[in-house]
Design a protein around this ligand. Structure first.
Ligand code: HEC
Length: 159
């Protein structure tokens, strides 16, 4: 990790460690494929969303081209089928995913769909270049992350 990237991460983490927590170890465990799949996905979300938050807060310089790239990549990530990472039987292992996910998949999926809608709007609003509007939409998307984490993501590894 380069020095400047480290600063971006720190800035993002300062906003909300619960929301954009930095994985200490990135891993892909062949014996825990769904768990690794979903954690890698969320790490990618955070890697694109964290810097947008930092820019909105004025913690890194505003670069409109980068903002659009991050927003485009977040919209692209929305097209992946993340529920592949939450198949039945993947509720144990090295994970912060709460068992409630598998007890109410419909609610969990609907929270994911809400995020995808917010990220689609974020792409659109960011392309428009209006900083205040982008700030509002970053906040709205952040709410969608948080609302799911509040219900379904534990602070620490569960097992
Ligand atoms: C529908 C629910 C949901 C939404 C929406 C959601 N997350 Fe998560 N997130 C989770 C769950 C569940 C985990 C725990 C996964 C695990 O440990 O297996 C997680 C884990 C993470 C992690 C830790 C990844 C790792 O390395 O283990 C980060 C970072 C993260 N989310 C960021 C975000 C950001 C940023 C957003 C919004 C742009 C977001 N999440 C939206 C449910 C969600």
């Amino acid at each position: 990790m380069s020095g400047s990237k480290g600063k971006v991460w720190l800035a993002a983490a300062a906003l909300s460690s619960a929301l954009v927590s930095v994985p200490v170890l990135s891993h892909f465990d062949d014996e825990q494929v769904p768990q690794s799949y979903r954690q890698s996905y969320f790490a990618l979300l955070a890697a694109n969303f964290g810097p947008m938050v930092a820019a909105v807060k004025g913690e890194i310089p505003w670069d409109q081209v980068k903002m659009e790239n991050w927003a485009n990549d977040l919209a692209a990530l929305s097209t992946l089928d993340i529920m592949r990472g939450f198949v039945d039987g993947s509720d144990k292992g090295t994970t912060r995913a709460k068992p409630e996910i598998w007890q109410d998949k419909a609610d969990f999926t609907s929270k994911m769909e809400t995020l995808h809608k917010e990220l689609a709007s974020l792409q659109q609003v960011t392309a428009g270049g209006d900083k205040a509007a982008i700030g509002n939409q970053v906040a709205a998307a952040g709410k969608a992350c948080k609302s799911c984490h509040d219900d379904y993501k534990a602070e620490n590894y569960l097992y």
